[in-house]
Ligand binder design. Structure first.
Ligand code: PMP
Length: 433
């Protein structure tokens, strides 16, 4: 497999050799690091993208989940192109930011106020700061393995050691096992200084490690209400993908704050935090010097609400609201999930595919789950995903024209059709063989 990969991709190999002298590790995102070298991609259209050696891929990286409309969607391209000539940064309040916020509010009823950022990392940092300011408490409960970006607090509880992060930042984070309501209840009983709980509402890594939704989410909502704790759903991936209104609408559980990025900005750089007015209004100026100088939450940011992301986000969200975008992506994802399970059965490979909406995960280990939610213990799923066979499978799928997100994830867009799904299933079968 590796020989074929090296032989097929001389252009990528050559560029990576140069990149190792320019970028740390040769890459610009931790997850793009790959041995012996990552692929260099030139362009994408709809569900497909092409590498520098001219190979075509059916793309399930989908812009790390941002591309629910596929690559270079004509409506997004037109809106962004037009905006470029009107100005890429107007250094002022704009109609575009109003339109963008209203498009979010139309889809997510829990959002009474919005503040824009440049990334998901900034959104989760701000959500934690708002919760701390609002409650006057310091600590945040984070679930084991859940991902919220790369700022100091978000990295707490990760498997890796954390050089460069002060112990004090982690000291304010309380890590509990994912999916265990009792553990959250214990943490709240033990410590009266908890401001918030933050989680990915379909389970760690958009459902790679799922829990018993919606019971777990409803339980968390009750516990946080009882204890005066802010409930933060990190919907950076699930927002506008788990359903048009995100996981919170799919499971009918309303958080106090929601963090967004990726799809919210139409796959341009951008993020947002939205939620209860009285919490987000901690950022508001009130014209009272005492409040404005001492009490309010500080939030500048050169690219907050930038017009390019605003128009891309508005077009994307308005399409989601008015067209069967999610329905199409979900139907194709379901076809993929059923097909993968069939292929695994036919090939007699121990494994299964699971996932909600258009987020599908492939696990090379047996589980008798048939509800779309995998019931294997998380350490077993993690062990299966970490196996060398999975790396080999990923490389082999790349050799056969399929690129997946990370080691196990297929993020499906509204532009994937039966043709791409069926080609994918044949390629997976070849790769498994
Ligand atoms: N939260 C979640 C759930 C994410 O998946 C990510 C990114 N994959 C982030 C936060 C961070 O977003 P960004 O990469 O835009 O900083």
């Amino acid at each position: 497999i590796l020989e074929e990969y090296i032989a097929k991709h001389p252009g990528s190999a050559q560029r990576y050799a140069e990149a190792t002298q320019i970028f740390p590790g040769g890459v610009t995102h931790d997850n793009r690091y790959a041995q012996p070298f990552p692929l260099y991609i030139t362009h994408g259209t709809g569900p497909c993208k092409w590498d520098v050696d001219g190979h075509e891929y059916i793309d399930y990286v989908s812009g790390h989940g941002a591309l629910i409309l596929g690559h270079s969607h004509p409506a997004i391209a037109a809106a962004v192109s037009e905006q470029i000539y009107r100005g890429t940064h107007l250094g002022a309040c704009t109609d575009e930011e109003l339109r963008w916020a209203k498009a979010i509010m139309a889809l997510m009823p829990s959002v009474e106020r919005v503040r824009f950022h440049s990334s998901g990392t900034e959104a989760t940092l701000m959500a934690m700061r708002l919760a701390r300011a609002y409650t006057g408490k310091n600590k945040i409960i984070k679930l084991q393995d859940h991902f919220h970006g790369w700022h100091d607090y978000a990295m707490a509880g990760s498997d890796r050691p954390a050089p460069g992060i002060p112990q004090e930042s982690w000291g304010s984070m309380v890590i509990v096992p994912s999916g265990d309501l009792g553990a959250v209840e214990d943490a709240l009983n033990r410590d009266s200084d908890i401001a918030a709980i933050i989680l990915e509402p379909t389970g760690a890594h958009y459902g790679q490690l799922p829990f018993d939704t919606p019971n777990y989410l409803k339980g968390l909502r009750d516990l946080t209400h009882q204890n005066g704790v802010v409930l933060i759903f990190d919907e950076v991936v699930t927002g506008f993908r788990a359903s048009p209104g995100g996981a919170q609408v799919l499971y009918d559980v309303e958080p106090d704050l929601t963090t967004m990025a990726k799809i919210v900005a139409g796959a341009l750089p951008g993020g947002a935090v939205g939620g209860k007015a009285e919490i987000v209004d901690m950022i508001a100026h009130r014209g009272d010097p005492e409040w404005d100088n001492r009490e309010r939450v500080y939030h500048p940011g050169t690219f907050n609400g930038n017009p390019l992301s605003a128009v891309a986000g508005s077009v994307c969200l308005e399409m989601i609201a008015s067209q069967p975008i999610n329905q199409r992506a979900d139907a194709m994802a379901n076809r993929l999930k059923l097909g993968l399970n069939e292929v695994l059965g036919k090939m007699e490979v121990a494994g299964h595919a699971h996932g909600v909406a258009s987020m599908i995960h492939l696990v090379l280990a047996d589980c008798d789950c048939d509800r779309g939610i995998c019931t294997m213990p998380h350490n077993e799923i993690k062990a299966a995903i970490g196996s060398p066979a999975v790396t080999a499978l990923k490389r082999s799928m790349q050799n056969n024209g399929i690129d997946i997100m990370g080691r196990d994830s297929f993020l499906v867009s509204s532009t994937h059709t039966e043709i791409e799904i069926d080609k994918t299933l044949s390629a997976v079968e070849m790769s498994l063989a």
